[in-house]
Design a protein around this ligand. Structure first.
Ligand SMILES: *Cc1c(COP(=O)(O)O)cnc(C)c1O
Length: 410
């Protein structure tokens, strides 16, 4: 008799986005003339930078000829891309990461989930609350949690609240934890962690032999030089942290698919025999066995993001979204809303006015402004009373949305 992974049965049904869709559809049915603007979804809207499009076109042409055809590539990624990443994202910024510590993939969502393949069972897992749901659900699937309670909190997970009270930076856990997920710049709160904060976490991890899984998908949106863009800017991080990065948000690859994971060779874990094992070796084995590499065309496109043209076009794209974020912030502040984030990250996180719940505010914005955002409570119980707006949108929609804040909230 076949057995299934019954941990899947513990998963709460994907509630957030279906519920948003349900409410939006119900509203649209009753108000067919309303033009609804969606500021909810974390997907990019603008086309690919021209330098990347050109590189992908010419990569396709290479595949069209026997002499320049490429079949399977290295599972870890082509060296033209790994070298460019090491040079521009790390060495050029004075950070010690070498090309052979970089594993190119088809997305950070899969990497942050797949990483659990190389970890054992029984780890105590810490996540921030609110959080990117992938970290939670993949741990449920892996059997690292108990059942969910009425608020959707899973047993055995250590939730670290991030709220206005602690400046959206989690306090160190009061009980020892083995694995810590950190995402900065943060989705959903749009806030950042200072060098000092990250140093505290790295020191904690060293002291407790824990592992930090650092999601830096939004590092390109950091404009403040004092804000770290990589965990490896922090002393000691090479011994305790894995970093995840993605081309999804900086150059609009959400549909193209390319990302990478850094596993430093200094990252070693003591095993039951007392010996130390390098996680680099395990991840390399995992990827070579279960993954056959990201597509050649896509990796050529990603590498073009590091050409001088590509870097200039990426900067323009990020400036465009960050201007949206600034306009959203200012528009909300003008109607008396307290806003967070949106300075070094493409998300604006707001405190709902008049102590409305996240869903009450959702309904108010929809009914009075025909605007759709994401209720903070959907990212975790501590997100209750907050609300996320995304800067990934056209300027026209952002400007129209700001006008509508006035009628809806003002
Ligand atoms: C968008 C996003 C990613 C990127 O995921 P991909 O699979 O590379 O598209 C990773 N982490 C967070 C928190 C994100 O919001």
């Amino acid at each position: 008799m076949v057995r299934i992974n019954e941990n899947f049965l513990k998963l709460k049904a994907g509630y957030l986005f279906p519920e948003i869709a349900r409410r939006v559809n119900a509203f649209a049915d009753q108000n067919p003339s309303a033009e609804i603007i969606k500021l909810g979804i974390g997907d990019v809207t603008e086309p690919l930078p021209a330098a990347i499009v050109a590189a992908m076109h010419s990569a396709v042409d290479e595949l069209a000829s026997r002499d320049t055809f490429h079949g399977y590539g290295p599972e870890q990624g082509y060296s033209f891309l790994r070298d460019a990443i090491a040079e521009h994202d790390y060495k050029g910024r004075g950070v010690n990461v070498s090309a052979d510590e970089i594993f190119v993939s088809d997305g950070s969502k899969c990497d942050t989930g797949n990483i659990l393949d190389i970890l054992g069972t029984g780890n105590r897992i810490a996540i921030t609350d609110p959080v990117y749901p992938v970290y939670v659900d993949t741990n449920v699937m892996a059997g690292n949690t108990g059942e969910a309670d009425a608020d959707g909190r899973y047993g055995d997970l250590v939730y670290l609240p991030v709220t206005e009270e602690n400046g959206f930076v989690p306090d160190l856990p009061t009980e020892p934890v083995d694995v810590i997920y950190l995402c900065y710049p943060n989705n959903p709160t749009g806030t950042v962690a200072s060098r000092e904060t990250l140093q505290q976490w790295v020191d904690y991890a060293k002291q407790h032999n824990s592992l930090i899984l650092f999601d830096a998908a939004y590092e390109a949106f950091v404009s403040d030089d004092n804000v770290p863009r990589s965990i490896y800017e922090i002393e000691g991080a090479r011994e305790v942290a894995i970093e995840f990065r993605s081309f999804s948000k900086n150059v609009g690859f959400t549909g193209v698919r390319c990302a990478f994971t850094v596993v430093p060779k200094d990252l070693k874990v003591k095993i039951s025999s007392g010996d130390e094992v390098a996680l680099h070796q395990l991840w390399n084995r995992r990827q070579s066995t279960k993954f056959n590499g990201a597509s050649y065309v896509v990796q050529k496109g990603a590498a073009a993001a590091y050409s001088s043209e590509g870097r200039e076009q990426m900067k323009q794209l990020i400036d465009f979204y960050m201007t949206n974020a600034r306009l959203l912030r200012e528009g909300l502040e003008a109607v008396g809303i307290r806003v967070f984030g949106g300075v070094n990250a493409p998300y604006v996180w707001l405190k709902t006015p008049n102590d409305l719940s996240s869903w009450e505010f959702f309904d108010l914005l929809l009914e009075k402004g025909h605007l759709v955002g994401t209720p903070g409570s959907g990212f975790g119980a501590s997100g209750e009373g907050y609300f996320r707006l995304s800067a990934f949108n056209s300027r026209k929609n952002v400007e129209a949305a700001i006008e509508r804040f006035k009628t809806a909230i003002g």
